[in-house]
Design a protein around this ligand. Sequence first.
Ligand SMILES: NC(=O)c1ccc[n+]([C@@H]2O[C@H](COP(=O)([O-])OP(=O)(O)OC[C@H]3O[C@@H](n4cnc5c(N)ncnc54)[C@H](O)[C@@H]3O)[C@@H](O)[C@H]2O)c1
Length: 337
Amino acid sequence: MTAKRVLVAGGAGYIGSHAAKALALAGRIPIVFDDLSAGHEHAVKWGPLVRGDIRDADALRAAIREHRPDAVMHFAARIEVGEGEREPVDFYENNVGGALNLMKVMLEEGVNTLVFSSTCAIYGDPERLPLTEDLPKRPVSVYGRTKAMVEQMLEDVSRARGLNFAALRYFNAAGADMDGEIGEEHDPESHLIPNAIKASVGRGGPMKLFGLDYPTKDGSCVRDYIHVSDLADAHIRAADRLMEAPGNVQVNLGTGDGYTVLEVLKAVETATGRPVPYDLAPRRPGDAVALLADPSKARALLGWTPQHGIDDIVSSAWNFHRRVWGMGNEPALQRAK
Ligand SMILES: NC(=O)c1ccc[n+]([C@@H]2O[C@H](COP(=O)([O-])OP(=O)(O)OC[C@H]3O[C@@H](n4cnc5c(N)ncnc54)[C@H](O)[C@@H]3O)[C@@H](O)[C@H]2O)c1
């Protein structure tokens, strides 16, 4: 059994729009539910857009009644870690309240398959690497705590009410659609690769590099970058698995390979052919030295293997931005599959 019709909450955003495209390419029907608070109408191209807020039970119920999804993918959240510290009420209301409302309406309407966007931020500063799913959840930010809370709620609701869920703990989502149709357009943008690309082409001045005094090979933080289309693929696999074998899945989604910030800047310089100017800033509180996934559980449970490495990640992001900025329309990159 496969999830044919999928409600994609937050499907006008970065990762959700890539999931909607992947669903359509796999012959499924993505129904995007998004309030466009951070997403873009132009990123919804592969199915209907229902404009609504996940905190609005009536709007969700109406969308589910009209479109009868087999499953829900839940991407809708406030995501900027620094904003979470300044606006915790908003973050708890959106991320925790919104998810609770979504679960409630799903159960009322008999939709019991949910794929949830979780994050490696639920682990906080890890006691060992690579990160395996059994490590304790000790988030160090409001954002991370909202995600850990939703995972807890999912476990409780699942146990009592038979909701089947997958909590997919992404590491650093990055890159863009290999066809260059959609990409990362956050505002404000806090992610490394788009900011490095912008700095490299002189948009908005030098980027900020937070700390060069970490105990790593070049002093900058190590992260595990995972291509957004690999994340999209994992969502479809997870939804299908839950339809086939009801239950719960909690897995890390990363490659297991770590890159320092300076290594990523090098890759951006190679792609754009220009240097990436940066200003050195102090470490940000809560930034771990290194975060690396052990992706073996996702491989075993979902048959998922990332298809794109750092070069695809950087070149697809560059390809997308160059098109958006009218800097030349490059042909689509080679699809890995
Ligand atoms: N980007 C990453 O590196 C990363 C890493 C780990 C986890 N995640 C999680 O993945 C998900 C998607 O992240 P993204 O980078 O695509 O973010 P995004 O901001 O691009 O997309 C989120 C979408 O949800 C919508 N939305 C927000 N609140 C809503 C609400 N109350 N009702 C309806 N729609 C709402 C926004 O309009 C936006 O389109 C988030 O849940 C995020 O926490 C992202």
